[in-house]
Design a protein around this ligand. Sequence first.
Ligand SMILES: Nc1ncnc2c1ncn2[C@@H]1O[C@H](COP(=O)(O)OP(=O)(O)OP(=O)(O)O)[C@@H](O)[C@H]1O
Length: 252
Amino acid sequence: MVNKHLDNNGILYLSSVSVSFDGFKAINNLNLIIEPGEMRAIIGPNGAGKTTMMDIITGKTRPDEGDVIFKSKVDLTKYDEVQIANIGIGRKFQKPTVIETLTVFENLEMAMAGRRTVWQSLIHKLSNEDTQKINENLALINLSEDAQRLAGDLSHGQKQWLEIGMLILTEPELLLVDEPAAGMTDEETMKTAELLKEINKTRSVVVVEHDMDFIRALNSKVTVLHEGHVLAEGTLDQVQSNQQVIDVYLGR
Ligand SMILES: Nc1ncnc2c1ncn2[C@@H]1O[C@H](COP(=O)(O)OP(=O)(O)OP(=O)(O)O)[C@@H](O)[C@H]1O
């Protein structure tokens, strides 16, 4: 079933994807292509299907119909969540899941160790190369000064950055980020946009977000979802001046 997509160069390709919950089509004939190296923002009113779409890409939800292809050849519907993470798709959920009783550095060390247990990763001696990677990661996520603080003492925004840093250490080719700006201060929100732009220099990023100032700062192509399919695509200015999009947001 995958051969027909080999001429498609997208890092992520969704074609005619649908899924129903108790007869209700949460995703309805969804088509989406993310190009390699692209940053894409996904917006849409509550219930548009944004989370369900992320769930389908990451193997949490199986589509009833359609193709979900990674890098032109990997049929993601055949794999489970852990396998998809290992294939190279990292997902950042809205709520941070860092270990609060460990330091920032230890959390990163654990992420670096991947499948080792917490205890194994803490007694495992880091190579110089690993230490350097963690230090570079700390600089990326703006937490160099906070490396020895307990993760539980960080602000909400800093915890989100730490978790993004942990995901980056697993070196995903595609990073999916769910509402990163929720609960952040304006300053944290803008720093998060800068962080994702920096990350996007080396990998593809798909961000679901409601905060329009944040979306504007990303300066990327925007896809508007509505009732489980794509309503509009373009720059933020283009989609914001699209009458159908305006009507959907105003509930008309
Ligand atoms: N497991 C499920 N069982 C039943 N209905 C579901 C399930 N998951 C999602 N839905 C429904 O599917 C629709 C799409 O939900 P989804 O959470 O994907 O939207 P969303 O765009 O992420 O919304 P929000 O912006 O509020 O997070 C909603 O009507 C939701 O109630």
